[in-house]
Design a protein around this ligand. Sequence first.
Ligand code: UDX
Length: 463
Amino acid sequence: MKMTVIGCGYLGATHAACMAELGHDVLGVDVDAAKIEMLASGSVPFFEPGLDDVVRRNIAAGRLRFTTDFTEAAAFGKIHFIGVGTPQQAASDAADLTALRTAVRELVGHLRGRHLIVGKSTVPVGTCVELADEIAALTRNNGSIELAWNPEFLREGFAVDDTLRPDRIVVGTDPRRADSTAASTLAAVYREILDGGTPYLTMDWATAELVKVSANAFLATKISFINAISEICEVAGGDVTALADAIGHDARIGRRFLNAGLGFGGGCLPKDIRAFAARADELGVGSALSFLRAVDEVNMRRRAALVAMVERACDGSVLGRNIAVLGAAFKPESDDIRDSPALAVAAQLSLRGARVTVFDPKAMDNARRVFPTLRFADSAVAAARAADAVIVATEWAEFVHMAPAELTDTVSRRLIIDARRCLDGRAWADAGWDYRALGTAGAGSSQVITHVVSATEERESMV
Ligand code: UDX
């Protein structure tokens, strides 16, 4: 089948490449000429494991092309996926739909005959109705263009796998449209995936829009729940990782997304919970989602708690201290630094007078661009040179598996702060390090250290 994918960021580029991988003829479209040029030459402008291979393979097979030209897109096929960004507005918590509206308007202006537009971006409930009205106005109500919403649940770092082997496919269609063919067309697009047993869930627009934001709100709540409990553990002396293991055995709760630490960041969860709460406010039911404010606050407090912990470990002030921050990406296996907890903490420490040196295996260029005042080193060892404290802020495998001996002769003080509760604390303590984990009272106690190992194992088994 022939289709376009409009917007070639993390979501769109992955979707375009994966649709081609399924055997479709795909044209990726973006207004950013530099991005399109890179993709067309087979290189992905961001780090996403395995995506380069899929892009290159499908360009070579003639199934994947890229353009900036909407006229070409309109003439290319009858199915158009939209995967443009819907970031947080500059002056409010609501989502900024400018790119989405522009993309739809631009595309519709060039379409002739019957077409299906399929939104994948995360949007506030009610967006489909609004876009459909605009499409109707642009096409003089001739009904030639159908709009469906097909939210994307991919995680960065696992984007290819999540797209080709999703947990479910959700399709929302116009409840007022009797001649709707969107669900059957999309079932044909995803035939190979559906034949593998993936559930195919069709519903109305509003439900589909809500499914995505509800899923992200639930995940964010789960993370903040365990981080709130970790605040209690810090003062009461409990071990939040052992606790998460114990409650996670209850199948109703589940162990995944219960890793306490520095909290969530990235381009989705933070802005999605804010936009969801803002939309509930607009709908007059703000109190229904007032708990999401608490979720956000718990999450942000983790960053402040880490800064306070580092200050305490440095005898009350980080002024003039050398601090190594290992990790800049908001999570491992990504170079995405949007709302990265690691960089938020690095910047805070720097503002308090510390000399902060950051190392990340993949996110260095992005981090340098956004935080030019931080120092950057080209390895963990180089970042830790003469450090008074080393902070593991993103749980990259190379940090998780780092032997303490690699840093022992480099640092000026053997203090390691495990902000993701991902290290083998016993190994660090045995090697003569002062090991402290965020979310733990009296760091260094044997009880705490025993269970840090199981958190690492859990995280590995999760992925
Ligand atoms: C998320 C959703 O998982 C995905 O379904 C949606 O499509 C987009 O938003 P992503 O932002 O790629 O995906 O990352 P995710 O793996 O969900 O992690 C989000 C953040 O939560 C990261 O900063 C991560 O470090 C943090 N996290 C995750 C925790 O702090 N603890 C956990 O137990 C799990």
